[in-house]
Design a protein around this ligand. Structure first.
Ligand SMILES: [Zn+2]
Length: 112
């Protein structure tokens, strides 16, 4: 379960950021997870709850914001949802796209 190593990394980063900000109690950590990041939100939340024990974030909860995967179509100059599993084919003009604009995110966006 690679979510556990990801959760551990999130906790380490959030702990370091909270210390840098002079915060000693973290109640919520918010992360953005792209649809194509290969992470199951429920598994990540569960892993976070396991990994937080014994750390400065023992009382913190994790909020996962899912970012839909979007690709860009040049001829249409518009983005479209690629879905899951991803299908890089513009629904408007019926042409393939290779330009993924979002969906691979994995970042901490908020610590409170
Ligand atoms: Zn198009």
């Amino acid at each position: 379960m690679h979510e556990l190593s990801i959760a551990t990394a999130i906790i380490e980063q959030a702990d370091a950021r909270a210390r840098a900000d002079g915060t000693d109690a973290v109640s919520t950590v918010t992360v953005r997870v792209g649809e194509l990041a290969g992470i199951v939100p429920d598994a990540l939340t569960f892993a976070f709850e396991v990994a937080r024990d014994g750390t400065a974030l023992a009382g913190a909860s994790l909020v996962v914001e899912q970012i839909p995967a979007q690709a860009y179509c040049g001829p249409c100059a518009e983005e479209f949802a690629v879905g899951m599993p991803p299908f890089f084919w513009c629904p408007r003009c019926d042409r393939p796209s290779t330009e993924l604009r979002s969906g691979r995110e994995l970042e901490i966006t908020g610590i409170q």
